[in-house]
Design a protein around this ligand. Structure first.
Ligand code: PLP
Length: 383
């Protein structure tokens, strides 16, 4: 027999004074209770209930986009987005992202073709995209890295010229705006993540943003096994639905998101103040016409930083500070990708350089001034 109490204790690791790259924001529990009460009484747990409907509408309104379709997570949403647009053959994508971007292609039997990134946007270098287009290319899958805009106009120009679809991995981009609209408004489809580590969370969750009702209908079929009604299955769909608990939480989280982003902004500005003057450390410049969500705070440790990136990373950990090297290693260096011709290191020099320099420092609404100072002190000590 298992000693459950002992197992429970063993799994409760003390986190002490550790500082992590993020700490998920949660609303006061009281704010969620009335919704939970309603779910418990109605027994409507999933399959597009009241909260699902309300949360889709509230998100479309908050983001200022025509249609939102909720998902259990962003990876399923990416897989479904590719199905929705019947993408096949080859897709041009970035090596500088979380593995789910390229994995969603492999899960659809699509060949990823990696193209290097632009040192300013850290997203696809549009000037290199055209050369990577072949007879089997059907789409481009760029990423809005750290919630900052990819070259959306440049990508649209190339996509239109060659008749390619554009699906943005906008997992980082919740609440970020570019040229007066949500970043999720760009591309044929755009995919958000509400994972615990993201700016806006529903524990796990995601969404596809689209511009027309017909596409939204197809996405909705596809995320529910392809059911159009009780007896008609119109496509080989998957189960990607968001449940009522996640949707109810999302509605409450939405009330706090602006305040969360504002707190992140003040933390980012304190880091900016220090690190813009730190030798060997580079920080990102703000693009024009851009309203950030401050989802990450990356620093790029260069040759002039005496101890180098990896020693700094280790020193931070010794001090109980757990930054993350988003994104290192590159997707193209993982075993299931590295043998492809487009994954060759010498073809991706900017992505390699950035991946070898980056550390994302802790940033989250509840990060205290004292804890932020601990992070700053360790970075300055090594400079
Ligand atoms: C988090 C993330 C994903 C995956 O999101 P999930 O909701 O965890 O499936 C995909 N792409 C990028 C760039 C991410 O950061």
């Amino acid at each position: 027999m298992y000693d459950c109490e002992r197992i429970g204790r063993r799994n409760t690791v003390s986190k002490g004074n550790n500082i992590y790259v993020t700490r998920p924001f949660l609303p006061p529990l009281e704010e969620l209770i009335p919704s939970l009460d309603r779910i418990w009484h109605s027994r409507d747990l999933t399959n597009g209930g009241v909260f699902h409907q309300k949360f889709e509408d509230a998100l479309a309104c908050y983001l200022g986009v025509p249609y939102v379709s909720l998902f259990a997570n962003a990876t399923l949403a990416l897989v479904t987005a590719l199905q929705c647009l019947r993408v096949s053959g080859e897709v041009i994508t970035t090596p500088y992202s979380f593995v789910a971007t390229a994995h969603s292609l492999l899960w659809n039997g699509i060949e990823p073709v990696f193209v290097d990134i632009d040192p300013k946007t850290l997203a696809l270098d549009v000037s290199q995209v055209e050369a990577a287009i072949g007879p089997r290319t059907t789409a481009i899958m760029p990423v809005h890295v750290y919630g900052r805009p990819a070259d959306v106009e440049g990508i649209k120009r190339v996509a239109d010229k060659y008749g390619l679809k554009v699906i943005y991995d906008a997992a980082h981009a919740f609440g970020a705006r570019y040229r007066d609209q949500s970043l999720t408004a760009y591309g044929d489809l755009s995919v958000l993540s509400f994972h615990a580590t993201k700016v806006f969370n529903t524990f796990e969750g995601g969404a596809i943003v689209c511009g027309d009702a017909k596409t939204k209908r197809r996405v909705d079929f596809l995320k529910n096994f392809g059911f159009a009604d009780e007896v008609s299955v119109v496509a080989a769909g998957i189960n990607g639905k968001m449940n009522e608990f996640q949707a109810a939480l999302g509605l409450v989280q939405l009330k706090h998101i602006n305040e969360c982003i504002a707190k992140r902004a003040s933390i980012a500005s304190r880091y900016d103040e220090v690190f813009s003057k730190t030798k060997g450390v580079a920080v990102l410049e703000m693009p024009e016409d851009y309203l950030p969500n401050f989802s990450y705070y990356p620093i790029f440790v260069g040759k002039k930083y005496p101890i180098g990136r990896d020693v700094l990373y280790a020193r931070l950990q010794e001090a109980g500070i757990f930054g993350r090297r988003y994104f290192y290693p590159l997707i193209s260096d993982f075993p299931m990708y590295r043998d492809r011709p487009s994954a060759a290191k010498e073809l991706l020099p900017v992505a390699q350089r950035v991946a070898n320099a980056v550390i994302c420092l802790p940033i989250y609404p509840e990060l205290t001034d004292e804890d932020q100072q601990r992070v700053i002190d360790v970075v300055l000590e090594g400079s």
